[in-house]
Design a protein around this ligand. Structure first.
Ligand code: ZN
Length: 181
């Protein structure tokens, strides 16, 4: 297996993914089920916490925060931006499943920063002939984008509990988590 690292904006390797990857994962799931002992966890997250984060594959949210299974909702998308769908998930998380605290995690070297929304939209328009309906705002300034995201959460009428909203930047090179004030 290649250990070559892809920098953001670098094209992924050519060709379709190998079906063997999925078979391997299904086998892993079988082994997981054989040793499974979390069947009695309650539905509401034990820590009353929702974590909003980027989908970046280098962010291991559970390991980073020392969270266990059943302790938090982890809601992820490209950039960890507070989109309408993020709000939908948060609204359900707070109103139906009892979460109260919100932790927002953006990170360095994010693909969203490299690509840029306008460039991405334009490339889609050229390739498929129409623009997507979704809007994904990007910002080159990480702290600023975290602040904007926190503001979107705090001002959403659908999110009832906004006293405990915290923003952070995760450094993918050092593993350090820094609070945005
Ligand atoms: Zn990212």
């Amino acid at each position: 297996m290649s250990t070559e690292q892809l920098s953001p904006g670098t094209a992924p390797p050519e060709g379709p993914p190998s079906p063997a990857v999925i078979e391997e994962l299904v086998e892993n799931a079988r082994a997981h089920a054989a040793e499974f002992d979390n069947g009695d966890l309650p539905l509401p997250p034990r820590r009353k916490l929702a974590v909003l984060a980027c989908m970046d594959s280098r962010l291991d949210i559970f390991a980073m925060l020392g969270l266990g299974v059943g302790e938090a909702h982890v809601i992820r998308n490209a950039g960890g931006v507070v989109s309408d769908d993020m709000i939908r998930s948060l609204a359900l998380s707070q109103r139906r499943l009892g979460t109260r605290s919100i932790m927002l995690v953006h990170h360095t070297d994010c693909g969203m920063q490299v690509v840029g929304d306008e460039e991405f939209r334009e490339s889609l328009r050229r390739e498929v002939g129409e623009e997507p309906s979704w809007d994904v705002p990007t910002s080159m300034d990480l702290a600023e984008s975290v602040r904007k995201s926190m503001q979107r959460i705090r001002t959403s009428p659908f999110i009832p509990y906004t006293d405990d909203v915290h923003g952070f930047i995760y450094d993918v090179a050092t593993g350090e988590l820094t609070r945005v004030t």
